[in-house]
Design a protein around this ligand. Sequence first.
Ligand SMILES: NC(=O)c1ccc[n+]([C@@H]2O[C@H](COP(=O)([O-])OP(=O)(O)OC[C@H]3O[C@@H](n4cnc5c(N)ncnc54)[C@H](OP(=O)(O)O)[C@@H]3O)[C@@H](O)[C@H]2O)c1
Length: 406
Amino acid sequence: MIQIAVLGFGTVGSGVVELIDKNQDVIRSRFPEGIHVKYILDIREFPDSPYADRIVHDMKVILEDPEIAIVCETMGGKEPAYSFSRAALEKGKSVCTSNKELVAAYGPALIQTAADHNCSYMFEASVGGGIPVIRPLLSALTQEKITSILGILNGTTNYIMTRMENEGMSFEDVLKIAQEKGYAERNPEADVEGHDACRKIAILSSLVTGKTVRYEDIPCEGISKITTEDMKYARAMHMAVRLLGMSRQTENGAVYVRTAPFLVPEEHPLHNVSGVFNAVFVHGNMVDNLMFYGRGAGKLPTASAVTADVLECARNIGRHVPVKWSDEVLQLSDPKSESRQFFVRVDAAEKDLALSLFKAAQEVRAEGLEGEFAFVTEEQTEAEFERKAASLSTLKNRIRLLDLEK
Ligand SMILES: NC(=O)c1ccc[n+]([C@@H]2O[C@H](COP(=O)([O-])OP(=O)(O)OC[C@H]3O[C@@H](n4cnc5c(N)ncnc54)[C@H](OP(=O)(O)O)[C@@H]3O)[C@@H](O)[C@H]2O)c1
């Protein structure tokens, strides 16, 4: 029997313990030795839990028990998650985590520590919750040159976008409902301003390039400026607004990474990803397009991804499962040199000026929206667009269009 410890008995941690219990027969049918949760580390006591006798409060108990081969870090945050993970790896105990904040900040260092101590650092659940996307990228797609990743990587913002789109509700009203339902945190900034999606696209970009894509280097915009009017125009254009994490490698080696709301045409598979669901759309130079779709969060889906890592580590006790992700920082291409079309809204009074700046502008009309001029620009660089848009004094919003060809 492989003995493991779970750090943090919250949503994900309690899911891991429950899953290993409920699916023990399934696990044993594929891994006959079985997996047993020996310790659960948390700050609190859980007197009513069936696992109350496994709760410990001192990490030393776990570190100093030679029976513990694998540790699941489901506490979240940087500290003490980083120190605990590093200490476990230094003792030769593999670590499986759902903590994207930690992976985005310290991924390569922790992978190296694992390599130095013949154990593994795994983080499938840190991107896309229950969706297996990291393992396919690292194993089933190793023969591919991955040229593009587009991800709906945050369920909270996708839920907000979908309800605004379907029910004509304002951003503020849907956010309130999302908070009441527990989909959004009381402080929703990390989700709605795009930081969470940005960390996830940084992790995926790092795995695809093998170098470190720092999330601090990625231009990041959230959804808080998207209005019900934008949604009406989107519908008129047969498009949907989606917060995307985007990572693209061009033929000349330029790498563009960005997190922002995009208008997604109905022909694109990401257009129909709605509610709390997540999806990652990958293009490989040989396999063509792939899409991974599922629940990007939640107790049991996320626990499923953590447990998949536990089983992988259990099959490789005493060995390091390599992950190609060096600490060399990848210089991203200048985001202002990327080109695309933009959707723009200004006051009707600025129509002539807008048309003189954007000569091939195509007007967009939506029912019930008067007094403004909305249009889609010709393809141009971000720099060119910004220069022209600076002359528009009544700019209400601008949203990038997703190009089906890129
Ligand atoms: N929830 C999801 O659906 C989901 C999906 C994907 C990834 N994740 C990631 O998974 C991680 C965990 O998320 P979660 O939603 O499960 O969080 P959570 O419900 O807040 O659980 C964290 C648990 O860890 C405990 N804890 C915090 N600091 C500790 C310490 N120093 N020592 C021992 N225990 C400590 C917390 O105790 P207190 O409650 O007393 O603070 C809590 O019980 C986060 O990184 C999150 O981003 C979550």
